[in-house]
Design a protein around this ligand. Structure first.
Ligand SMILES: Nc1nc2c(ncn2[C@@H]2O[C@H](COP(=O)(O)OP(=O)(O)OP(=O)(O)O)[C@@H](O)[C@H]2O)c(=O)[nH]1
Ligand SMILES: [Mg+2]
Length: 316
């Protein structure tokens, strides 16, 4: 476990919005009004991946609580020997005030375990949208084309548009080698598909105990900064893509500062998902344009060529 430190910087190590009621309302509104950059994608799919007990389901519950206006626990969470989450679920989050649903879907997965190596092919199917909602994971028999429910031709809207790795910040130093190997393998498939990656570092209240009482000191805490730097080194992901957060765990009421940290992370995740959606649809459009261009060139060539051929024929 990471050593507790009580050192704080007078200047924050990262620029962050002001912890205020206005910031909270603005973030809530921005995320509620978020629509994927392309109208053919009704909602951006964010995949949560991480070791068992890292806090994936808690991230989902915390974000759901913010929009419900009270602490909720839709996804089962807790600490067990094996992953508590056993099904692949695409969760919609509904805003209680407006009755509207966020255009961001959070996809919860089974936690990575040392004794069951992650099946990279199964992960690839999840990323590509071949795996149906509510699929029951079976670590001894990974998902394949023969699995009932296999989606053979998923639409772009069914694919994953951003991966959020969920890492326990208080144990980042002692992450088992076998888990790291699995994460690296998943990162490789994600990279090959050009899907953006972010990291939510959870349990910051354990990394720096004062942060739980006062989350506004998050970006002044040396211990949090160190945990973010370590995560960046371990994952090979730029520090700007790494968000320290605290999930609702023992709290019985919402805390505006917890909400700001979680919502800011989600807002940036949505922005990365948008970059991916824009890139893929943009390159698809360029391919179509290029194909049309060559088709036009081909038609014009024959239109120009055919009279000449005729002339040639007459001359002969
Ligand atoms: N103190 C603290 N505890 C947390 C935090 N996030 C999650 N927890 C606790 O960690 C435990 C595991 O959380 P889960 O959300 O179930 O973890 P998971 O990644 O979904 O785990 P699996 O589904 O088993 O893979 C629970 O007891 C949570 O209450 C956090 O930010 N701080
Ligand atoms: Mg879970």
């Amino acid at each position: 476990m990471m050593e507790f430190k009580s050192k704080y910087r007078s200047r924050p190590w990262r620029k962050f919005p002001l912890f205020s009621e206005e910031t909270l309302q603005e973030l809530r509104k921005d995320i509620l009004n978020y629509t994927p950059v392309n109208e053919n994608v009704p909602a951006a799919n964010i995949l949560l991946i991480g070791q068992i007990g890292a806090g994936k389901s808690s991230v989902l519950n915390s974000l759901n609580s913010i929009y419900r206006g009270k602490i909720t626990s839709r996804a089962l969470c807790g600490s067990f020997e094996h992953s508590l989450t056993t099904t692949f679920r695409k969760y919609n989050v509904k805003d209680n005030n407006s009755g509207r649903t966020l255009k961001l879907r959070l996809c919860d997965t089974r936690g990575l375990e040392e004794e069951f190596a992650a099946d990279v092919q199964e992960m690839s199917y999840i990323l590509d949208g071949n795996v149906p909602d509510r699929y029951q994971f079976n670590p001894t028999s990974p998902f394949n084309t023969k699995t009932p429910g296999f989606i053979p031709s998923p639409k772009f809207e069914d694919k994953i548009h951003c991966v959020a790795f969920i890492l326990d910040g208080s144990t980042i130093d002692v992450m088992p080698e076998k888990i790291l190997t699995q994460i690296k393998a998943i990162q490789n498939v994600t990279n090959l598909k050009n899907i953006p990656q972010v990291v939510y570092v959870t349990k910051m209240d354990k990394v720096c105990s004062d942060v739980q009482m006062d989350p506004t000191i998050m970006f002044h805490s040396e211990a949090v900064c160190e945990a973010v730097n370590k995560t960046s080194n371990v994952m090979g992901i730029p520090r700007g893509h790494i968000y320290p957060i605290i999930n609702y765990e023992s709290e019985t009421t919402l805390d505006a500062n917890f909400d700001i940290l979680l919502l800011q992370a989600l807002k940036q995740t949505a922005s990365f998902a948008d970059d991916f959606i824009d890139d893929v649809i943009g390159s698809f459009k360029s391919t179509i344009t290029l194909a049309l261009f060559y088709l036009l060139k081909f038609i014009l060539f024959f239109k120009v060529e055919s009279p000449l051929t005729k002339n040639n024929e007459i001359e002969m």
